[in-house]
Design a protein. Sequence first.
Length: 460
Amino acid sequence: MRSERCRKRPSQVYCVLGSARSSAIGRSVLSIIGAGSFAYYTVKDRLPQILTKVIDTIHRNKKKFFEEYGKEGVEAEKKAISIFSKLRNEMQTNKPILPLTDNCQDTDIWNQYLDYQKTLLGNGEDPSWFRSPWLYVECYLYRRIQEGMSFSPPISEYDVFRDVKNESFFQSQQAMMALCTHLQELKKTIASLSKEQRQEEFYRLLQVSLWGNKCDLSISGGQDNSQKSSILASLESLKSFILVNNMDSLWNTLTKGKDVGSENALKTRVDIVLDNAGFELVTDFILADAILFFNLATEVHFHGKCIPWFVSDTTKHDFDWTIQQFLAVNHKWMSKCGQTWKENLKKGSWVYHENLFWTLPHEFWSMEKIAPDLYTELKKSDLIFFKGDLNYRKLTGDRKWDFTVPFSQALKTFHPAPLCSIRTLKADIQVGLQAGIGERLSASDANWMVSGKYGVIQFS
Ligand SMILES: O=P(O)(O)OC[C@@]1(O)O[C@H](CO)[C@@H](O)[C@@H]1O
Ligand SMILES: [Mn+2]
């Protein structure tokens, strides 16, 4: 299930326990699974629903496993189903969180983190599914799915979310065609655009990447959450739902000391920490393409997940498969995009990275200690985009900060480079709002923090 490159341990693999849970600042207490909270609903209802879909998926592919592996495949299907049924029971009956036993590269780090949770609870209590931080429990579920598959050879490499990710891709074809057509039109006219017009066009593609984040299969519990309509047509109407809009700061960071459009752009690197595969990944490809042809950077580095994660998060397979689909599709502009993107990877102006850190439970402020090689890599960037809600939760430590706490404060010591979160709100954490905004929204729309209706393009 894990590509060779992911076997690269974060160097100095150890778990810094003390600083990982720093003292609360302001009202920032951990997002716990309190009764009635969104976290509680997630663990009580949505995670079991996701696990049930995993079991159904494995059962549905039994014939395929038999064709591919003979009776070992059938045995493996049965074993995986029993493992996941037991896991679902553990979760639903609030059993203790168990140490991992699959002896992978990150097994020790996960088990050290569990020990740390025990010290936090104190009085010898065991962390359990409902008595642990939500962020930890949710990440742990996906790591247990990975463990369960690794105990079910020969189907260990099978991505239990493959079917729903592919389905979501095919359901979003129309929207993707519209985006690729728009991109090619833009490339035709770019030379005649003024600096302000380029800026405006870039802002549109940033917003497309933002609203692409609505297409996430974890929040939907695996239900179809594809992009049906052309997102470009709705940008104006969606603008008022952007609660923090730092696009000007982004533009200034990317264009400072550069004449936008001049070919001789200095060697500039932008990183995109990816989120969901499918439509959102395509919006990120389009943004990355524009960053190059607008001469805002000379390299774009992508960071994907080593294992299947939060249902729809992008793995290396998803990244390559998506480009292959674009190359193969019978649509002039989509295949043109696919060729450009394949070429970018070949000539190194696009680079794909993997690191186990992204599928650990840790807040990003402990990256420098847990995965110093990754932190050093990110320091080479001139601007890092963090896509999506889970990344936002890890950037802010999933603390219940006051809405008005500055974003840079919530990041604590995590600041390898100028960074920007592009995120639709799907968890009840938000910082950096003007005074009164959070309260006003809570009064008018009880679900404003978890519906995915609102978004931020938040820079630090
Ligand atoms: O990171 P993404 O794909 O934008 O969202 C992931 C997510 O759907 O999963 C969790 C809910 O189960 C939340 O962190 C968030 O809502
Ligand atoms: Mn995701």
